[in-house]
Ligand binder design. Structure first.
Ligand code: FNR
Length: 205
């Protein structure tokens, strides 16, 4: 890393995180909130709810509609403040929960899509044994279509979640915390490297 890159590593980075589970007592929502204590230096994360969004309907999306539903426009506006995204989700029937996929679809269209080209990480928790791996794999085609930049390693697969959170919902697994720190550090690094690359291209032109 040259001196210029070191300077970039002190720059502020803002993430937006969302949980794919709406239920009270969700392990994934607990996990999302646990990330606030594991963020790298100079990184902040806003949390956005997808709970009240209507089902995706292209007739209500631009350009077919004059305006998007207000709740969707607000959602997109919040997402557009992010340098990168954190999806924390259960696996439903070996896939991405419908509510989360629906939210992604609402944010995916148009030249002003807040998701396109952005760095992203996925994490998941399950009381089962396989740690949401199939849900995480199901994201790969979505990221490909949207040209998002997933940080793939380390994988954050919180299996047997009942043993990894205490009764108040605090993450109590040190190994998981360590991997999450590494993952978020890698996300920050990718965001800053992309930012630096863009600036260098800009300076050349
Ligand atoms: C599940 N669950 C589940 N678990 C898993 O490991 N693989 C799966 O494919 C599924 N499929 C599935 C479908 C549906 C509709 C539900 C409701 C549940 C179990 C799931 O991991 C468990 O309910 C988690 O506790 C859900 O995450 P939250 O709500 O705790 O964040």
């Amino acid at each position: 890393m040259n001196d210029c890159s070191k300077l970039f590593m002190n720059e502020a980075v803002h993430l937006i995180g969302m949980s794919g589970s709406l239920r009270k007592g969700s392990f994934n929502t607990f996990l999302l909130y646990a990330l606030q204590e594991l963020l790298p230096e100079n990184v902040t994360m806003g949390i956005v709810s997808i709970a009240d969004q209507p089902l995706y309907n292209a007739d209500l999306d631009l350009p077919a509609a004059k305006e998007r539903p207000a709740i969707i426009q607000q959602f997109r506006d919040v997402l557009s403040t992010a340098d990168g995204f954190v999806f924390v989700s259960p696996e439903y029937n070996y896939g991405i929960p419908g509510g989360l996929k629906n939210a992604i679809d609402w944010a995916s269209r148009g030249e002003d899509s807040p998701l396109v080209n952005k760095p992203v990480v996925v994490m998941g928790a399950t009381p089962g044994k396989w740690g949401t791996i199939r849900m995480q794999m199901a994201f790969l085609p979505v990221f490909t279509f949207l040209n998002m930049k997933p940080v793939l390693k380390p994988e954050i697969l919180i299996a047997q979640a009942k043993n990894k959170f205490d009764e108040t919902g605090r993450l109590i697994d040190d190994k998981a915390k360590d991997l999450i720190r590494q993952k978020l550090e890698a996300l920050k690094h990718l965001i800053l490297m992309e930012r630096e690359g863009k600036l260098q291209t800009f300076n050349k032109n």
